[in-house]
Design a protein around this ligand. Structure first.
Ligand SMILES: O=c1ccn([C@@H]2O[C@H](COP(=O)(O)OP(=O)(O)O[C@H]3O[C@H](CO)[C@H](O)[C@H](O)[C@H]3O)[C@@H](O)[C@H]2O)c(=O)[nH]1
Length: 339
């Protein structure tokens, strides 16, 4: 059976990859809800498939969300403000898009009796220290509170969390590529900072896994390797022919962490290890803890494990990161250009 889908933020790096994936998988219709008409036009031309329908609107505007959701079977909610520094300067904008906008998506999907909504979150929502992460943490709570308070709903709302996606718009790898090609020093914030490394395909795979397996309120994480930013800079330079690049250390930017966590300790203690993924089931208890007194109403907070973070996951060296980079079409194109 082929379904109708809505991808909010469907012109972005993740969104457009997901749109292509759904169309090639035989979707009856794929809708995109986004704000920028020029990007929609580019996507329409690039895809050239009349099963794609673009809706101009904004997740902040409930009427535009209702219009886009009406008649779809499944929603992938990727629309977000996601740049850490800009959200630090305009935190209320992050609240409006990432929190209120997500609530609008969940409520409109519920009212339209959509079967599933997968909300995309980020490692920065774990022990958040910046406005982007805080607003995404609240988005996760909006999704979980919906699942907890409406157990008989037709709409399964779940959350996926992933780390940095290599070569996504506005991220560091394209900056390093441009610097390497221009023979300029590589601007590294803190050489010891680590980040998870995921490809766009990995992120689509994770969201697809949640789509196939989620129970209401589930949170899914895909295990991923990491590296330090110095290793990343050296790997980018090396694939483009420079094994000894100059490195200029800038220092951390607003709201940055030395490492990111995909699961907090409290979550990891409750998570099911599914091999390539972790699943954190919804804590579906109500507020009447005394009802659970016989079995112990509260949670056991004796935590044996650390959080799952980019310092303690599998760490890659320069040669291993180069292998991952060479899987990216943009890197292969840059390499051809550099020759
Ligand atoms: O010139 C630069 C720019 C960045 N960095 C470093 O490179 C790493 C990655 O930086 P990005 O800007 O690529 O990514 P962020 O970790 O800041 O966040 C990114 O990944 C997030 C997911 O965790 C969200 O998707 C977010 O929108 C996106 O910007 C960070 O340690 C950063 O300090 C540098 O060393 N030099």
């Amino acid at each position: 059976m082929s379904f109708r889908y809505l991808v909010t933020g469907g012109t972005g790096s993740f969104g457009s990859t997901m749109v292509r994936h759904l169309l090639s998988g035989g979707a009856a219709e794929v809708r995109v809800l986004s704000r920028d008409e020029a990007k929609q036009d580019d996507l329409r031309r690039a895809i050239g498939d009349d099963r794609l329908r673009c809706f101009l609107g904004d997740v902040r505007d409930p009427a535009s969300v209702r219009e886009a959701v009406d008649g779809v079977d499944h929603v992938f909610h990727a629309a977000a403000l996601k740049q850490v520094p800009s959200c630090e300067f305009f935190p209320m904008q992050a609240v409006r898009t990432n929190v209120e906008g997500s609530s609008n998506v969940v409520e409109a999907a519920s009212a339209a009796r959509v079967s599933s909504v997968v909300c995309l979150s980020t490692d920065k929502a774990v022990y958040p220290i910046n406005a982007m992460g805080m607003s995404k943490a609240l988005m996760e709570r909006v999704a979980q509170a919906y699942a907890r308070s409406r157990p008989s709903s037709q709409t399964t709302v779940s959350v996926t969390r992933y780390g940095n996606v290599m070569y996504s718009r506005g991220s560091v790898i394209p900056v390093f590529v441009a610097q390497a090609l221009a023979g300029e020093p590589m601007t590294v914030t803190d050489p010891t900072m680590t980040r998870f490394l995921m490809s766009l395909e990995d992120s689509v795979d994770l969201v697809g896994y949640a789509f196939d397996h989620a129970r209401p309120g589930d949170l899914f994480v895909r295990k991923a390797p990491s590296c330090t930013i110095e290793v990343l800079a050296r790997a980018v330079a090396s694939v483009l022919g420079d094994d000894d690049p100059r490195i200029k250390v800038l220092g951390a930017r607003h709201g940055e962490k030395l490492y990111e966590s995909l699961l907090g300790r409290e979550e990891r203690a409750r998570a099911q290890d599914l091999g390539a993924y972790y699943r954190v089931p919804l804590d579906a208890r109500g507020l009447e803890y005394e009802l659970f007194a016989d079995t112990g109403g509260g949670s056991d907070l004796a935590l044996d494990e650390d959080d799952y973070n980019s310092h303690n996951t599998t760490r890659l060296g320069v040669e291993e990161v180069k292998e991952l980079l060479l899987l990216l079409p943009e890197i292969r194109a840059a390499r051809e250009g550099a020759r």
